[in-house]
Design a protein around this ligand. Structure first.
Ligand SMILES: [Ca+2]
Ligand SMILES: [Ca+2]
Ligand SMILES: [Ca+2]
Length: 242
């Protein structure tokens, strides 16, 4: 607030640094079209924050970039990704949190330049419901609370080829992964479930080309299947009890 009785002090500013030419490629982007009426842009810098070593960080919204500027004024590109980073703040443990209005809330390891975590609101109702654990741009695991009751419902694990390998599910919605499904080349191949949540698997399912072919049950609580249902391609069901 301006104090009307105090003489205003004029502070003279000077340019400390500006975006080096090598990072300027004037062009239109999906961000600049609605925000700059289709004009070409070089950058739109936001989110200035200092790390504990005195480097100044900022984000560039239209080109999805994060820059580090040394105390001497040297610029370095930390990461460029498919997003519109708008805000950046440092946690005291050194991690950088980025508010990106294309992806959600991101956690960046500024030493490696790798994204670690992405939190987002998949249905756009203002509550985070999805957490992606990443190694750079590679997804390791995604956790989902689909009904937003604070308990996770789905855990997706991804392989090095970025295909879904394993899914944990909580059929009862209590936040415990009691069902596990395995996928090969994006097709469900088998599943295991602890239906009574006693900590032991009691149901096994086998699939072929995504079709359920057999279900085995441990009805006697012996830890092994004692009853099997075998589903034929013609719609037949055979019961096998041992
Ligand atoms: Ca949501
Ligand atoms: Ca839930
Ligand atoms: Ca069980």
């Amino acid at each position: 607030m301006i104090n009307p009785f105090k003489q205003l002090e004029i502070i003279k500013t000077e340019v400390f640094t500006s975006l080096p030419q090598k990072f300027r490629k004037k062009s239109r982007t999906a961000w600049s079209d609605p925000n700059r009426q289709g004009a070409e842009v070089e950058c739109f810098l936001e989110g200035p924050s200092f790390d504990r070593q005195g480097n100044l960080y900022c984000v560039d919204i239209p080109f999805g970039r994060v820059f580090r500027i040394s105390p001497k004024g040297d610029w370095e590109l930390v990461i460029q990704y498919d997003g519109w980073p708008n805000g950046l703040k440092f946690h005291k443990d050194g991690r950088a949190f980025i508010a990106c209005y294309k992806k959600g809330l991101l956690v960046l390891d500024t030493k490696t330049g790798k994204l670690q975590l992405l939190k987002y609101d998949s249905n756009g109702n203002g509550t985070v419901d999805t957490w992606s654990y990443m190694d750079g741009v590679r997804i390791l695991r995604i956790e989902i609370d689909a009904d937003e009751d604070g308990k996770l419902d789905r855990w997706e694990h991804y392989g090095a080829d970025q295909k879904l390998e394993k899914v944990g599910l909580s059929p009862s919605g209590d936040g415990k992964a009691t069902r596990t499904e395995w996928h090969e080349q994006d097709v469900l191949v088998r599943a295991e479930e602890d239906t009574d949540e006693d900590g032991r698997t009691d149901k096994w399912e086998t699939y072929e080309n995504g079709r359920l072919t057999a279900v085995a049950f441990d009805t006697l609580h012996r830890g092994t299947p004692d009853r099997r249902l075998i589903y034929g391609p013609d719609g037949s069901v055979r019961v096998d009890e041992r």
